[in-house]
Design a protein around this ligand. Structure first.
Ligand code: ZN
Length: 342
């Protein structure tokens, strides 16, 4: 779990994934035949077909590196940092959060994120029930305005800080959406020895703000078969009826049938189900009414590709306590390895 801990704790705002990319590159550089970074910042790791066959089907696997985050908007007159969000935060989960600002000089400045307003002791009834908007939050860095303005400028990325911990068979921390899939991508490159496919494992950028890295890398690679690896909702927790839980933790890799951006290729769904049954790899179905993954972009790359998403069930998604099951993580690697191996 050491690899996942490092991946989870690294900052990687959409458009500023460089720290995650550099770390992954250091892990995979000897595991692929070609490793390169494209103009948008996608890290493309190619494993050629063992046969050397130039006509081998091209498979693209996308694991996005970015996390929902903020960018500095301004430093206000009182010396607090105001932010703009990239990605879908539930602001009810943003009270009293530790954050990290990455300055243009590479310095990291830590601070506390809170919404403006009165603490509970002096709050009115109305204050207590109010759900604040992102623009009402501010970061207290402890620095005076002048020093802060020297170091921090609009456009510096701001990410949440949280340590990854193990909870029994579960692992919990920040942005397991989608560093859990980055872990899968690295482990797959380690495990995959012989393959009949021309495999491109792509660690993509800017997924959380519209699948942007997968749009351009999908165009470049022009895959025949596309597989996104991402997290999905596991709402197997109190307060939600069973029919709305989407997936359950510990029940295996989720084979996506559809989400709001993509209907998976039926033949691929059938192939993955059959393979999982044959190899006794734990798996479950996923039908997700909202949201999407890089699969939706790759499916529509150029004239289209056969696409599917394999999902890692995740509780408390888009909070700093995202929680996954170690068995589901391994099942996802096993299923991909089984599919891609000769
Ligand atoms: Zn994701």
């Amino acid at each position: 779990m050491e690899l996942l801990k490092i991946l989870s704790e690294l900052p990687g705002a959409p458009g500023r994934e460089e720290k995650v990319r550099e770390f992954i590159e250091s892990k995979v550089k000897d595991l692929a035949d070609e490793v390169r970074t494209d103009v948008m910042g996608n890290l493309i790791c190619r494993k050629r077909p063992t046969s050397g066959n130039d006509d081998a089907p091209v498979v693209m696997i996308a694991c996005h590196m970015d996390e929902i985050a903020f960018y500095v908007r301004q430093i206000d007159d009182q010396g607090f940092v105001r932010v703009h969000n990239l990605g879908g935060f539930d602001t009810r989960n943003l009270f009293a959060r530790r954050v990290r600002i990455q300055t243009r000089d590479g310095e990291e400045i830590f601070g506390n994120l809170n919404p403006g307003g009165r603490p509970v002791h002096i709050a009115s009834e109305k204050d207590r029930t109010k759900i604040p908007k992102v623009h009402e939050f501010f970061i207290d860095t402890g620095l005076d305005r002048e020093e802060l303005a020297e170091k921090v400028r609009p456009g510096d990325p701001v990410t949440l800080v949280q340590e990854l911990v193990q909870l029994g068979d579960l692992v919990s921390g920040k942005c397991l959406d989608n560093r859990a899939a980055c872990w899968v991508g690295v482990r797959l490159l380690e495990a995959l020895k012989k393959t009949p496919y021309d495999v491109h494992v792509v660690f993509t950028v800017q997924e959380e703000i519209g699948l942007r890295g997968a749009i351009t890398s999908g165009y470049d690679i022009n895959p025949d078969i596309s597989i996104a690896v991402d997290t999905t909702l596991a709402v197997d927790t109190p307060g939600v009826p069973e029919e709305e839980q989407i997936t359950a933790l510990g029940e295996g890799a989720a084979i996506k049938v559809l989400d709001a951006y993509m209907v998976s290729d039926k033949k691929l769904v059938d192939e993955f189900i059959a393979l999982a049954e044959e190899r006794e790899i734990p798996h479950q179905y996923e039908v997700l009414p909202m949201g999407g993954t890089d699969g939706g972009a790759m499916q529509r790359a150029r004239s289209g590709s056969r696409a599917i998403t394999l999902s890692i069930p995740t509780r408390y998604i888009h909070t700093v306590t995202e929680t996954i099951h170690r068995g589901d993580l391994q099942a996802t690697v096993d299923l991909l390895q089984a599919y891609l191996s000769e």
